[in-house]
Structures are given as C-alpha cells and as structure tokens.
Design a protein around this ligand. Structure first.
Ligand code: SAM
Length: 298
C-alpha cells in the first residue's frame, strides 16, 4: 500500500485529539477517530509510563505553533490566502474562517475521499462560509486538475499566500518530500509574499531508546515507514534551500513556549516546525541568478 492511501487513519486520530482539547468541532471527531483513540489508549498509556513522550503534547505543539505563526502573518498583512494541503480533519480552516471571515481565503485540500468527508463535516457544522473552500489535491501531482498548480490558479496573484502541511512529511520518502517542496516553492514564487509552514520530525530530536518504539509503532500503524529524512535543523534548512526556498528554518517549539499557552504534558521538543519563504515574482528581464533574498522569514 502506498503512503498516500495508508496514512488517512491518522487524520481521524488527530481529528479526535483536536476535539478533545477544545480546538475543534464535534463534527470533526469521527467514529473511526474514537475507535482508534480508545482502542490504542492502553498501548499509548503503557508507552507513556515507559517514558515515551506524550502523543497529545506532540500533536498539540505542532498544531498550535503553526496557528501562532500563521495568525501573526495574517495580522501583519503578509498573508491573506492559505492552502492547507493534506488538511484531513484539522479544524484550522474552520477556526481561521470564523476569525477572519472572507478577508482571508482559506482553501482546505486533501485527496478526494478525505476532501469529501471534510465537506460533509463542514456542512453539518453550518456549511461553508464565504472565503472557505475544500478542494481535491494530490500533493505528489506535478500537473493536472489535482495538482497544487491547478488549485493555486484560482488565487489572487497580488496578495500574499501561505501553504501548510501538517502531519504529512514524515510519511513520505525524502525524494517525495523534495519533489513536494520544489512544487510548493515554484507555486509560491508566483505571489508577492509567500510562506510555508509544516511540522517535521528530525532524527537528531528523536534520539534515545524511548522514542524508537513510538516510531516503530507509528510505522506499523500506517503500514509503511516513518521517514526521518534529516538529522539536524541545518540539514532540513539546507534541503529547503536546495528546493527553491530562499529563507528557511526548522523552529524549536521550546522557543515559543510562553506563546503556545498551556499544553497538557508540556511543549514537545521532539517535533520541529518549518518556516520557509520565497521571494516574489522576478521583475520582467531579471533571471533567477540575479534574485535577492528579500522576503526572509523572521
Ligand atoms: C496524517 S494525516 C494529517 C491530517 C491533518 N493535517 C492533521 O494534522 O491531522 C495525513 C493526511 O494526508 C492526506 N494525504 C495523504 N497523501 C496525500 C497526497 N498525496 N496528497 C494530499 N493529501 C494526502 C491524507 O488523506 C490525510 O488526510
């Protein structure tokens, strides 16, 4: 089974976690999510008792840090359009649409089956409001109607854009991740300002015998490998630059602990959040060799 097909159940699990922690709506908590959550609870509690880091704190840390950075970018005016790729049952699109209304264009995107499930859940939550859409996408497609290029075609080229992936990268090989990043940066360059946020697990942060069983368990659960492509933040940042981003950093959530609020189990430092940017389109007559690093993220 390929990674795309086998990782969908994890979206139900995380969907339930967001709802249990008050970040979501009951319609985004599915029966599958409940079965997984309560079915695996004994295993997860036993693992925590043995010293494996709490999974809820890991999931809440990545979600809240992406929220924090996205919100800051919207408030500063850098971003007014968002595409959340592999949105799963994430409540972020619904929450940000409630917060910013149609001043923010928020596109949630996932493979067709999950996208349809999301549309149905949002319909039960009162329906899609202006500014909020759900579309089909395949993050691995280079072209065609399910490609990012096609999804982004409807956006306004004069406004800033953000791309988000959460809970996606570590299920794909490094070659697939690099191909996604190249696709993302080339679409982002079409906008005057563009940011990308994603969580990523690094092997250097996962060291220690206590984490290895968790990675093994997750691999078995998704019936595929969990890939820890890069060892250090610098390795991940270098790869992002090689894939067309001009500014990139793999942030340690510990730096944002006071802004992340109370996370049960504490802020997790086993996960990083990538923040990467591209410069705007090149003025006519300029070539890529002459571009400057003007839109660095800070
Ligand atoms: C682990 S879930 C993460 C969902 C959500 N972002 C979260 O954090 O809960 C992975 C999601 O990736 C989606 N997915 C898998 N392969 C994909 C692909 N090739 N293109 C777009 N989405 C994909 C799945 O359908 C699923 O919703």
């Amino acid at each position: 089974m390929n990674a795309s097909a086998s990782i969908s159940p994890t979206a139900h699990y995380t969907g339930l976690v967001w709802a249990r922690h008050g970040l979501s709506h009951p319609a985004l908590a599915t029966t599958t999510g409940r079965l997984l959550f309560y079915g695996f609870k004994p295993v997860i509690l036993a693992a925590q008792w043995a010293g494996v880091p709490a999974i809820d704190s890991f999931l809440l840390t990545r979600h809240r840090l992406i929220d924090l950075r996205l919100d800051e970018a919207i408030r500063s005016g850098r971003v007014s359009q968002v595409i959340e790729i592999a949105c799963g049952l994430s409540p972020r699109g619904w929450r940000f649409n409630q917060r910013y209304g149609e001043a923010l264009t928020y596109i949630e995107a996932d493979l067709p089956g999950m996208a349809q499930r999301k549309r149905e859940a949002l319909a039960r939550m009162g329906g899609l409001r202006p500014g909020h859409r759900v579309v089909d996408i395949d993050a691995l497609a280079d072209s065609g109607p399910m490609s990012l290029e096609a999804v982004a075609a409807s956006l306004d080229r004069s406004r800033g854009v953000a791309l988000i992936t959460e809970g996606l990268l570590n299920y794909f090989s490094e070659a697939h991740v690099r191909s996604m990043w190249r696709r993302f940066s080339s679409v982002m360059r079409q906008f005057p300002q563009a940011s990308y946020w994603s969580d990523i697990g690094l092997s250097g942060d996962m060291g220690g015998s206590r984490v290895a069983p968790f990675v093994g368990f997750l691999s078995a659960f998704v019936r595929g490998r969990v890939h820890l492509h890069f060892r250090t933040p610098a390795d991940a940042e270098a790869a992002l630059r090689e894939c067309g981003f001009t500014a990139a950093r793999a942030m340690d959530p510990g730096e944002f602990a006071s802004a992340l609020g109370n996370i049960p189990g504490g802020v997790s430092r086993r996960i990083r959040v990538i923040e990467a940017a591209t410069p705007g389109p090149l003025p006519a007559g300029f070539t890529a060799g002459g571009e400057s690093d003007v839109h660095s993220s800070n």
